[in-house]
Design a protein around this ligand. Structure first.
Ligand SMILES: [Zn+2]
Length: 220
């Protein structure tokens, strides 16, 4: 960040300052946790790379808001407020005016709706951390990045039964820990059967277990 926007910034903007070394780590962490930066590890080094969403955002964001000049200007103004040289109301009034102007005149870039991933559909609560489990292309994953809870769609246990955990199945498993599933394939007999699938989370692995309904007359 020391050199952020250096090329297109006039001398005085740099003097106005863009963040401090003390706030840098926090800003980077926030960008990682909000999904705009991705850590890429290769052997001994860790690189921080802009994510797909970050690039999309820069594509649609008005030029004015992308410029480090604006941030530098705001920081300078905040300094003025600190020293009592500028009234906070005046600062806010300027920002309000700028936003009104931008919202009123900004031309939305055509096709920009395709730049962003569709919102993830939450199917239930994570049994491990209480976070949200959302359906993604390859499975159902906890949205808390530090939690590794996952139910993969190509899970071996399910694949052997020629079934894929569907959204409805996963939702029921997360809610009740079990669900009735029909048409499970038996490799032994070559036939299909119905059973109750029970979810067992070891805290490290997500396992599934079969329970067979009691014989007729034994109740549910
Ligand atoms: Zn979780």
């Amino acid at each position: 960040m020391e050199t952020a926007g250096k090329d297109d910034m006039p001398e005085d903007a740099e003097r106005k300052g863009l963040g401090t070394p003390a706030t840098r780590a926090g800003i980077l962490e926030k960008l990682v946790s909000t999904g705009f930066l991705e850590r890429k590890k290769s052997k001994k080094t860790v690189q921080l790379l802009p994510s797909h969403d970050a690039i999309s955002l820069i594509t649609v964001l008005p030029e004015q808001l992308q410029s480090p000049l604006l941030t530098a200007e705001w920081e300078y103004r905040l300094g003025e407020i600190e020293r009592g040289e500028l009234a906070p109301e005046d600062f806010m009034a300027e920002i309000t005016a700028m936003l009104k102007e931008l919202v009123g005149t900004y031309q939305v870039i055509k096709g920009s709706e395709y730049l962003f991933a569709p919102p993830r559909e939450v199917v239930g609560k994570c049994p491990r951390c209480g976070g949200e489990i959302a359906e993604m292309q390859k499975g159902f994953f906890c949205q808390d990045k530090s939690c590794k809870f996952a139910i993969w769609k190509n899970n071996n246990w399910w694949a052997a039964k020629r079934k894929q955990p569907t959204k409805a199945i996963v939702a029921a498993l997360l809610k009740d820990g079990r669900t009735h599933v029909t048409g499970l394939y038996s490799e032994k007999s070559g036939r299909t059967y119905d059973a109750t699938v029970v979810l067992e989370d070891t805290g490290q692995y997500v396992n599934f277990k079969l329970e067979f309904d009691r014989q007729k007359g034994g109740g549910k």
